[in-house]
Design a protein around this ligand. Structure first.
Ligand code: ATP
Ligand code: MG
Length: 406
């Protein structure tokens, strides 16, 4: 293997200011978590970057994990050598020789970040470039569109020689921006919303409303699978609150406000979630809503629904198109699970013509006509089951014996 280290770059803008130390500490923690199991790795911090020594660990497998760590802007497998010209030249050759395919064109991009180094960046481009050219007869320099860009970054602690810059997930380190509740259905949208919220540094607890026995075990497993996938990105167990919603839905149906059914259901969900948020010290509610997608996601519906809670409603998908959301779902690995055909609690109670323009007064009056509603919401909160999920699919499900739960 030609690479001996990986340099990991964090977001420069978020690095600045007084949170820097905290941020770096969290990044190191999250990176180590993502790479647990690779016993040989060692870590060093320097100048806002993290350097991981591979000590024989396979870079490809590590790369797959690093791509999913929030807060990493990019990373590169590198050869690290002392700041001596001959060693740098040798490393450049070693790297070129180690490429899967010898390129037809290349260029050297040197960067002298440590000014006391004897050669300027320009000189280095030339000194390293000519050394490589001498070794490869057919190789040519192309400064505008080279097949391989050989980077030579000289820092005080040594020179990094590399050619790959792999994009990371970006965002903030997981958990650096507080906690929110995620309304997780079994659909395509809410897992993506959850991923985006976590990428912004939010720790999440998922809340799912089910209508057992109208919804099945399979529907439950689907949501558990989605939550497991999200816990992988968190690098930590993820709590999933399973709220019994059948009685509330049945009672709301009896109110015979057919076109307002969805509005009232959503408001009930928010009020329950608000109570769960309070008990779990979460400061917001994340949903997978996207403007105009269905009747309950018009501006006027969202207005009436949103008034059921004082917590900020975070809607990362609000301005995205469905196809963009689907593309994200495929990328984060939730799409295949989301499209499994199991019934959702809401589709079961779906009215024929839901209102796209509900009236707040009418909705509030209809709710007041159900005096026991308040108590029913509380009962649902009390009856909520909590699972703590990890990415390892079978293991923890069996341990908790939760499969007979529905
Ligand atoms: P999704 O693809 O996430 O199911 P959707 O496009 O089907 O979304 P709706 O069914 O209107 O849209 O749901 C809007 C949002 O309400 C969902 O993204 C989710 O955040 C929340 N939600 C819907 N049903 C449930 C449920 N059974 N449990 C928890 N949250 C739900
Ligand atoms: Mg849905």
């Amino acid at each position: 293997m030609i690479y001996d280290k990986v340099i990991v770059r964090y977001g420069e803008l978020v690095m600045k200011g007084r949170n820097r130390n905290q941020f770096e500490k969290r990044m190191l923690q999250q990176t180590k978590l993502a790479l647990r199991g690779f016993e040989s790795l060692t870590y060093a911090k320097s100048f806002g970057r993290l350097t991981i020594s591979l000590n024989g660990a396979p870079f490809e497998a590590i790369s797959e994990r690093l791509k999913d760590v929030f807060g990493i802007v990019s990373f590169s497998p590198v050869i690290l050598v002392d700041n001596e010209l001959e060693k740098i030249q040798a490393a450049a050759l070693q790297l070129m020789n180690g490429l899967e395919q010898t390129p037809a064109t290349f260029k050297v991009s040197a960067k002298r970040a440590w000014k006391p180094f004897v050669h300027s960046s320009q000189e280095m481009n030339h000194l390293v470039g000519s050394h490589v050219l001498r070794a490869f007869a057919d190789l040519k320099v192309d400064v505008r569109k080279p097949e391989v860009e050989l980077r030579v970054d000289t820092y005080e602690e040594g020179t990094f020689v590399y050619n790959k810059v792999i994009a990371g997930a970006g965002g903030f380190p997981f958990g650096s921006n507080g906690k929110a509740m995620l309304l997780l259905s079994g659909g395509i949208d809410s897992p993506v919303a959850g991923w985006m919220a976590m990428r912004k540094g939010l720790k999440l607890e998922a809340v799912h409303f089910h209508s057992y026995p109208f919804t099945s075990d399979k529907a439950k497993e689907k949501v558990i699978d989605l939550a497991r996938r999200l816990s992988y990105y968190a690098g930590a167990p993820l709590k999933l609150h399973l709220v019994p919603f059948t009685e509330i839905q049945t009672r709301l149906v009896q109110a015979r406000q057919d076109s307002l059914m969805i509005t009232m259901m959503r408001r009930a969900m928010l009020r329950i979630t608000e109570q769960l948020a309070e008990r779990n010290e979460a400061g917001g509610i994340v949903t997978g809503e996207s403007l105009g997608q269905v009747a309950s996601q018009t501006l006027s519906s969202m207005n009436v629904i949103g008034r059921a809670t004082v917590l900020p409603l975070l809607k990362p998908l609000l301005m995205m198109d469905k196809q963009e959301i689907i593309n994200e779902a495929v990328k984060i690995g939730t799409f295949e699970t989301s499209i499994l055909p199991y019934e959702d609690c809401c589709t079961l109670f779906l009215p024929k013509s839901p209102s796209t323009n509900p009236n707040l007064n009418v909705v509030e009056r209809a709710e007041k006509n159900i005096p026991e509603l308040e108590q029913m919401l509380l009962t649902a909160v009390e009856g909520t089951e909590v699972l703590e999920l990890t990415p390892e699919a079978q293991a923890s499900a069996e341990k908790a014996g939760e499969d007979e739960w529905f």
